[in-house]
Design a protein around this ligand. Structure first.
Ligand code: SF4
Ligand code: SF4
Length: 277
């Protein structure tokens, strides 16, 4: 079973939820897919080993063979190729490594070369396999790195994917093929605004979803009304609690310290299993 933990925006407690859920269960794999800013291991404090440097294939053009027909430029949807009067320029940092330009070139003028975009690290022990991807600083190719990271998913385990914030390609790449999505939000107008965007994504991808309200407190009921209107269950509420905030600031998973929380996460997990089955 693959469960993604996502949110429409950063800072809602998505990683806190992913880590605390992982630590509450047994035989779990946690993949931190927030490759631009992976921070799950700040809470886990695991010593990690590098398992792979990740590259994508980018085109190299043989100017002697290229007749400047422009087919490759027209094909590339990412503006990674530009036609000059007598040659084609490659902007490697924009290339997604799809390989399409090579296929459409009638002159066989395109070969490919690897460009490093980041690396993957792992650790295991105590019933938790942990992997994260780390994107090279300044690189924009988060999605190919996430795709590669997801190849480490062990189908015999429950897999928790900590998704990148927002609703752009990296979040969608993370959510592809998951069985369930936990959306973490806060009871504020900003939280609701971004939750609506995230719900739109899971609806379009036909992924069953449940909501966790983090920093839950009286006074703003619009998130609940929205969940009701969309028929999306609220599967957990994490209260606005100074002790949880203090533990967060020290990188301590609160389920490890506050009694009863591991049980709550386990109950939520059982609820998710019933929904999926
Ligand atoms: S490999 Fe794909 S993304 Fe990269 S330049 Fe060619 S067509 Fe564009
Ligand atoms: S498709 Fe091939 S021949 Fe045409 S412009 Fe691109 S590299 Fe040159």
């Amino acid at each position: 079973m693959k469960i993604a933990v996502a949110s429409g925006k950063g800072g809602t407690g998505k990683t806190t939820v992913a880590v605390n859920l992982a630590l509450s269960l047994q035989d779990i794999q946690l993949l931190d897919c927030d490759v631009e800013e992976p921070n799950a291991n700040l809470f886990l404090q695991k010593s990690v080993d590098r398992v792979e440097d990740v590259s994508i294939l980018v085109p190299q053009i043989d100017d002697d063979l290229c007749n400047c027909c422009g087919d490759c430029v027209a094909f590339c949807q990412y503006n990674a190729l530009a036609a000059l009067p007598n040659k084609v320029m490659v902007f490697e940092s924009l290339c997604h490594g799809c390989g399409g330009c090579k296929l459409v070139c009638p002159e066989k003028a395109i070969t490919e070369t690897g460009r490093n975009i980041g690396y993957i690290e792992k650790s295991s022990g105590n019933g938790l396999d942990f992997y994260h991807g780390i994107l090279c600083i300044g690189d924009a190719m988060a999605s190919p790195l996430i795709q590669r990271l997801k190849c480490y998913a062990d189908e015999n385990k429950t897999i928790i994917l900590d998704a990148p914030p927002g609703t752009a390609c990296p979040m969608i790449t993370t959510l592809k093929d998951v069985d369930y999505c936990i959306l973490v939000t806060e009871p504020t107008p900003f939280g609701l605004h971004d939750l609506k965007l995230a719900v739109e994504v899971v609806e379009k991808m036909s992924i069953p979803a449940g909501i966790i309200i983090n920093q839950d407190a009286e006074g703003y009921s619009e998130v609940e009304e929205f969940c009701k209107s969309k028929n999306i269950p609220i599967i957990l509420r994490i209260p606005y609690d100074r002790r949880i905030a203090e533990m967060y600031s020290k990188g301590i998973p609160f389920a490890e310290e506050l009694p009863g929380w591991k049980e709550k996460f386990r109950e939520m997990y059982e609820q998710i299993k019933r929904i999926i089955e």
